[in-house]
Design a protein around this ligand. Sequence first.
Ligand code: UT7
Length: 347
Amino acid sequence: MNAVITAIGGFVPSSILTNKKISETVDTSDEWIVKRTGIKERRIADDNTATSDLAAAAVENLLENYKVDREEIEALLVATATPDHILAPTASIVCEKSGLVNAFGIDMNAACSGFLYALEMGANMIESGRYSKLIIVGADKMSSIVDYEDRNTCILFGDGAGAVLLEKTESGNGLMKTILKTDGSGVSSLAVPAGGSRTPISMQSLLHRTHYLKQDGAFVFKKAVSSMSQVSQDALAKNELQADEIDWVIPHQANLRIINAVGESLNIDAEKVKVNIERYGNTTSATVPLCLWDFKNDFKEGQNLLITTFGAGFSWGATCLKWGVMRDEKTAKISKNTTEKSVVMAH
Ligand code: UT7
């Protein structure tokens, strides 16, 4: 028995933060950002919108468009690095907002690899035979931890959420073997130093702005390229697939140069590598499900997808999956209308 994705939802806030707008507040330029990252704009949630609102909007989009019975959902795994609160779980809030009355909810934080980690957990829950319908969400309000006075980081991130429905299948489609990796020595290179139990928020942390995300960008860049390239090759080998048997690559969207370097190292044509970073920036846990949402109409039954991610921790990994049959959608073309509809729902 395999776990297969049968429905996808997504949500991005309507407000767009352009490179030009950022260059009005920090010393940067549209040209530098596009050349060094590939990002043109990112979506930013308003002050009244928390991560649970983004997640619930993506879940609602999924439930509505694919006519999924919310009472049949058994579990909700929410991958996020920006929970609404340190305590209580964001997943509880999403279960409540989305009417998932029979689901248990749990948060999972593996930063930019959170969605992939949660997908692997969800697939194992289904393959065990104990669960048959789960929703996996990747959602982050990165604007809540980004320092808009730091040009090294504020250009990179955006807000958004994506959700997938995982169901059991005996068709042979679905999730294959996954490799997940963790290297805790990476924590000092990419973290929000204050606000947790190590360094609770204080006047000092506010003064030194350590409640915002800090990153050694160049070091993380190199680690991301080498780790995603290697783990992708290892995942292909584990699943007995050759690179030319991969129809689509869904990479974590942190930097277009990282994405291109990983694609080249795998010897996979650039047109097979899905990219939407120019519109959303790095939405952390949401990059992979937002990519699946954006490009789902390109994926055909039986095609092989490769997903690979890298993020804080360090956490990274890769999986292969054989695309299955999706549930029927209410509308054939939904992306634009859905976004607009979801914007209304979330605000
Ligand atoms: O998703 C989690 C994982 N995160 C990542 O994978 C992100 C990985 N890192 C990156 O994407 C890139 O390292 C950055 C986009 C953050 C930076 O690009 P870079 O090409 O690695 O630049 P750099 O950090 O080596 O800096 C080169 C120069 C520096 O100036 P000097 O020292 O050469 O004079 C920076 O101060 O670029 C400068 N710089 C900027 N200039 C204009 C850094 N940020 C900016 C900026 N605008 N926004």
